[in-house]
Design a protein around this ligand. Structure first.
Ligand code: ZN
Length: 219
């Protein structure tokens, strides 16, 4: 899925979790599976976690595009790895370079995310406030990865990183590749994102009105 779609989807989840916490002020916000005693919701960490897995590759892409521009290389999606640096990044380095594999799977690899969640949870239990943030950050990265896995055909997260550097789930559906229904998925994804944006905007507008009414002396 597109990085911004992950953000919007998680913003909807954040809103639901916040409401759940408000309705039950004695309990901290709990995820849907109603696990008791989870760390209190950290919305900022949750939202950052929704996009964090993709940030290293986005930064690398920007750097490689800049180097192509400086070198006067051709640009375009159909170039092969010898024609441009960006093509080399996506056609070769992404699959074979240990640095690129590490950067991309640091927040995509399911096993490392479970590890971060466990550290966050443990730290929170030991009274460290950052533990709750790390827990929700890693939880959100995990949601991102759960969505990514069925939407990538051969370029998805490394399932067993860092123990295995090759195994990915080969989904019949790709969010971008037209050879794997990406041309059908993409309009569907954008329609859903558009709907979620309207939901968020309407909710934000209503909350704002409620706040104004509460502040107004005539209400
Ligand atoms: Zn991703």
């Amino acid at each position: 899925m597109q990085t911004y779609s992950h953000l919007i989807l998680t913003a909807v989840l954040n809103r639901k979790l916040k409401h759940q916490a408000q309705r039950n002020p004695n309990a901290s916000a709990r995820p849907i599976f109603a696990g008791q005693g989870l760390p209190p919701l950290k919305s900022t960490a949750l939202l950052i976690g929704s996009v964090a897995p993709d940030i290293p590759l986005i930064l690398l892409t920007i750097g490689f595009i800049a180097s192509d521009m400086l070198a006067g290389h051709k640009m375009g999606p159909d170039l092969d790895a010898s024609q441009s640096n960006v093509a080399y990044l996506f056609r070769y380095l992404f699959f074979h370079n240990r640095w690129v594999l590490t950067l991309h799977n640091l927040f995509h690899g399911p096993l490392v995310l479970i590890f971060y969640m466990a550290i966050g949870y443990g730290a929170w239990r030991f009274g460290k406030n950052w533990g709750a943030s790390l827990f929700w950050f890693a939880f959100s990265c995990g949601l991102h990865t759960l969505v990514d896995i069925p939407l990538h055909t051969d370029d998805g997260p490394l399932l067993f990183f860092p123990f295995n550097w090759e195994t990915r789930f080969h989904s019949p559906l790709s969010y971008w590749d037209p050879r794997h229904y990406g041309n059908y998925w993409s309009p569907f994804e954008h329609l859903v994102v558009f709907g979620m944006l309207i939901y968020l905007l309407v909710g934000w507008w209503r909350d704002r009105k409620v706040k104004i009414n509460l502040l107004s002396p005539h209400s």
